[in-house]
Design a protein around this ligand. Structure first.
Ligand code: BGC
Length: 486
């Protein structure tokens, strides 16, 4: 039976005090009597604090040193596709300023950095002859990181497909999966002496749906369901073949895993039956991507829903897709759904989200700090994942410099303090989260939202390329230095 909460139940809960414990009659706050329980908020020893970025969002230098065009160069140059017709042509000019940007990471006390390698810098045509100068940029970046005591975590695909590969069918073509695996194996061979952890593709669920379903991201396609499912399948296959290629061509100790935006199911109320519902929902809501990768199969419910539009799956595909990974990276911003227990086969029901749910500055970013508890907790519980990284979390905030030139982004600090408190709750319970990468180091090209939306700890003045730490940078530096929520 689903639990029906009535107004009377709610009144009962309220009557018991916020945490179910009634305050003793006549209790008064006493000055200075609060215990200092700082250690209660600590993260495990060795927890990695880092920041994350992506190539097209920060590098600029789109024609430098033999780089080929990507689908994002093409898309951003079509009038009306991005806010203000912004493009990544110059972006943060990180290609030329990476040394200073690494200094900023060091000043923040970062132990790790997640960046992405632009496939069209390394293989300008997607396949064929590699471009040594393109690879060399990443080699120099990695050397500089290591010289500054920052561990490099490399993502192999953060949405910038070589345009030449798109012209050969892009993710609709099965060959693209193999082309990606070849590129991934090549990079692991060349950079795996210094990069110990690779992520395959960033957020398949986002770039497939937004780029091939709604068409609001590159390459701007609106595919019918059957073709969309086939593109999804090729993307999963690309992940699996890349895992295999990296294992075949890298040195011992190199680790590989996905960086996926897990759909986080939150129990509307934290009781055993709703928690169970959230676990069931986790498998179902992630069926097109993470569930397929972690189980090596499509769920029956997913295939039944797809009907005649189900992907065509060749022999060995699912085995490749389910290749064992060393860790799972998850990007978490808002919740996918609040759920409750329900009768019926699925065992859960997604609740409607109120229109006035608290939001940050992006039209999609609902504030639900407990997502950073339930996301990793359910990942560990449902699939028994032993090593988890939060590969992205952060928010767009107000971000306007005050008269003193400082961005007093107390809204971002509010967001981070609450999300990190929930992450700490997870690690304290033994959920195996090994590190956290804040999105993003600095404001950058926010895809279709152009430069109008800012996610950085460093404010970027795009006219001068001046980076100025926001108040949240100070907050995050404290968190990293003390290894606890500041
Ligand atoms: C993406 C980033 C993006 C961020 C904020 C993530 O989905 O991986 O590239 O900038 O969210 O929208």
């Amino acid at each position: 039976m689903p639990m029906q909460l009535t107004r009377r139940d709610l009144a009962k809960v309220a009557g018991a005090g916020a945490f179910g414990v009634a305050a003793p009659a006549g209790a008064q706050p006493s000055e200075g009597a609060l215990p200092q329980r700082e250690s209660a908020r600590e993260f495990p020893n060795g927890f990695l604090w880092g920041t994350a970025t992506a190539a097209y969002q920060i590098e600029g230098a789109v024609n430098a040193d033999g780089r080929g065009p990507s689908i994002w160069d093409t898309f951003a140059h079509i009038p009306g596709k991005t806010h203000n017709n912004d493009t990544g042509d110059v972006a943060n000019d990180h290609y030329h300023r990476y040394r200073d940007d690494i200094k900023s990471m060091k000043a923040l006390g970062m132990a790790a950095y997640r960046f992405s390698i632009a496939w069209p810098r390394v293989f300008p045509q997607g396949t064929g002859a590699p471009n040594p100068q393109g690879l060399d940029f990443y080699s120099r970046l990695i050397d500089e990181l290591i010289a500054n005591g920052i561990a490099p975590f490399a993502t192999l695909y953060h949405w910038d497909l070589p345009q030449a590969q798109q012209d050969r069918g892009g993710w609709e073509a099965r060959d693209t999966a193999q082309a990606f695996a070849d590129y991934a194996g090549f990079v692991a061979d060349k950079l795996g002496d210094r990069v110990k952890r690779f992520f395959t593709l960033n957020e398949c669920a986002a770039f497939v749906e937004l780029g091939h379903g709604s068409g609001v991201h590159a390459p701007g396609l609106q595919l019918p369901p059957g073709r969309l499912n086939q593109a999804r399948h090729h993307v999963l296959l690309a992940h699996g073949l890349a895992v295999q290629a990296i294992r075949a061509r890298s040195r011992a100790g190199t680790q590989v895993g996905p960086a996926e935006n897990i759909s986080v199911a939150l129990p509307a109320i934290e009781t055993a039956e709703h928690i169970r519902a959230a676990e069931l929902a986790t498998r179902e809501l992630n069926a097109p991507y993470l569930t397929a990768v972690l189980e090596g199969r499509y769920l029956d419910s997913f295939l039944a829903n797809a009907g005649a539009g189900a992907p065509k799956v060749a022999a060995q595909d699912m085995q490749a897709i389910g290749s064992p990974v060393d860790f799972v990276g998850i990007n978490i911003y808002g919740p996918a759904a609040y759920v409750r227990a329900a009768d019926g086969e699925a065992g859960f029901a997604s609740l409607p989200m109120p229109a006035k749910f608290p939001m940050m500055n992006s039209s999609w970013l609902r504030i639900a700090p407990e997502a950073l508890y339930w996301g990793p907790r359910n990942l560990a519980k449902v699939w028994n994942v032993k090593d988890i990284y939060i590969t992205e979390n952060g928010c767009s905030a107000t971000d306007a410099p005050a008269a003193d030139g400082i961005v007093h982004d107390t809204d971002r600090i509010m967001f981070l303090r609450n999300y990190l408190t929930q992450l700490q709750r997870a690690t304290a319970e033994g959920v195996p989260v090994r590190g956290y990468f804040h999105w993003s180091l600095m404001d950058n090209f926010e895809w279709a939202d152009g430069y109008g939306t800012r996610f950085g700890l460093l404010h970027v003045d795009y006219a001068t390329q001046k980076r100025t730490p926001k108040l949240s940078a100070e907050f995050y530096r404290e968190v990293a230095a003390k290894n606890r929520v500041a």
